[in-house]
Design a protein around this ligand. Structure first.
Ligand code: SAH
Length: 213
């Protein structure tokens, strides 16, 4: 069997058993996970285990998130085609690719330049939507492109993301892992100048680190 076929089977299985069998129902989200070749975002030695129900090391003490965690956060954002999305913590670039199939433009910030370089190389080899990435401290957002309709943070923050909320459009949503005594995925919504927040689930992410590279 062609290796490509193996990966397509593993990908379909991942979508069925890890996403649909749980609570991922958004057709666009499921389609994006069926399309993006996750195995290209991890070390080649991982092979089709890239589609297993877990996170994997990607070097520099960082990880590519578990597929379900990404799907859950992305689905909770309710991204629409015309949206401009800001992602903090590009990492492998896998979630960046998923987001780019759902939104009009994706802006992504990664603190570690070598990770970003690898992510850029992987992303340039596959079909994606519009993506712009840079190195820096994502906690500061990307003011020249603000406001964003949606913001997703992929590393645990110790405090409320005040600067990022300032860069969120009205009617916008921001999702982030926030750790105080415990760690939760928190969904913020901005309506008529008011920000509401809701804890969605317990989680475990690598920490967001202030300052760049
Ligand atoms: N969604 C990514 C997750 C990568 S892990 C994936 O699935 O591959 C989280 C990433 O956040 C790491 O690459 C880490 O380097 C990055 N990060 C940590 N603090 C950051 C900060 N202040 N600004 C930008 N990126 C940060």
């Amino acid at each position: 069997m062609e290796p490509g076929t193996d990966y397509a089977i593993a990908r379909r299985r991942m979508v069925g058993e890890q996403l649909e069998a749980r609570d991922i129902t958004d057709k666009n989200v499921l389609r994006a996970f069926l399309e993006i070749p996750r195995h290209l975002f991890v070390d080649a030695a991982v092979g089709s285990r890239a589609y297993d129900d877990c996170s994997f090391p990607i070097g520099y003490d960082q990880t590519i998130s578990q597929p379900y965690t990404i799907a859950f956060m992305v689905q909770s954002l309710q991204i629409q085609r015309e949206h401009r999305v800001l992602e903090i913590g590009t990492g492998s670039g896998y979630q960046t690719a998923i987001l780019s199939l759902l939104a009009r433009d994706v802006f992504s910030i990664e603190r570690l330049a070598p990770l970003l370089k690898t992510a850029e190389r992987t992303l340039s080899g596959i079909r994606t939507g519009s993506i712009r990435i840079k190195t820096g401290d994502g906690g500061l957002g990307w003011s020249s492109y603000a406001p964003f309709d949606r913001i997703i943070v992929s590393a645990a923050m110790r405090e409320r993301p005040a600067t990022l909320l300032d860069q969120l459009a009205h009617g916008g949503r921001l999702i982030a892992p926030i750790s105080d005594s415990a760690e939760h995925i928190v969904l913020f919504a901005k309506e008529a100048g008011n920000v509401t927040e809701r804890r969605l689930a317990r989680c475990s992410f690598v920490p967001l680190i202030k300052g760049d590279g």
